[in-house]
Ligand binder design. Structure first.
Ligand SMILES: [Ca+2]
Length: 209
């Protein structure tokens, strides 16, 4: 079969663009601070939160979602790759209370794409207390003690064993355990904060190979 040269040129061009697009699509780790009630969680007193600073390569924004207060939600995104990276950010709450520290994968821009899963380990906090930040202590259901799993009830694709937040026991950078999360199956811990006191959160993160 002989194709016209222009057909081949067009085909090669299309493939080149696809390769370039694939190479430029980075996967992101996403850590959120939320000072208001999360779905399925007991009420906590609302508290406004502010971004103070963050490590290089981080993109920090307030979160705008329907029925949510943007003054109480901030998001820190980090380009992730299969090698471990160390990220950090500092925030402060405008009043004393509790905020949720949420570890997530990248939100899905296209619903037909598989979820981007991210692995975290050795979460450290100064200016407040974090418990079991290296995920080494598990309860009898396999969930890290002091952390909670949140599965989005309307997740598309549905949360299943392939994308559910889970413990990994063979790939940790600190100790034995680390956690793998997605956007719709995330892990969070409530952190007690003091008014206007900066809180720095540091953690290791990487993509799933
Ligand atoms: Ca660990």
């Amino acid at each position: 079969m002989n194709r016209h040269p222009i057909t081949w040129i067009a085909l090669v061009s299309v493939l080149s663009v696809q390769v370039l697009c694939a190479a430029s699509t980075s996967q992101r780790a996403q850590v959120e601070i939320v000072g208001e009630r999360l779905s399925g969680q007991a009420d906590v007193a609302p508290v406004n939160v502010d971004i103070v600073e963050y490590s290089e390569g981080c993109f920090a924004t307030r979160i705008d979602l329907p029925l949510c207060n943007r003054n109480r939600r901030i998001r820190f995104r980090y380009s992730a790759e299969p090698d471990w990276r160390d990220g950090s950010f500092t925030f402060k709450a405008q009043a004393s209370g509790q905020v949720a520290l949420i570890l997530r994968g990248q939100d899905q821009e296209k619903r037909d794409k598989p979820p981007v899963l991210v692995i975290y380990d050795n979460v450290r906090v100064t200016g407040a207390e974090i418990k079991n930040g290296s995920f080494e202590t598990l309860d009898n259901t396999g969930v890290p003690v002091s952390w909670k799993v949140f599965n989005e009830p309307k997740s598309e694709p549905p949360v299943d064993d392939q994308n559910r937040a889970t413990i990994l026991t063979s790939e940790a950078i600190d100790g034995k355990n680390c956690v793998r999360v997605g956007y719709n199956s995330s892990l969070y811990q409530l952190i007690t904060v003091e008014a206007e006191k900066p809180v720095t959160v540091s953690f290791f993160y990487r993509t799933v190979e």
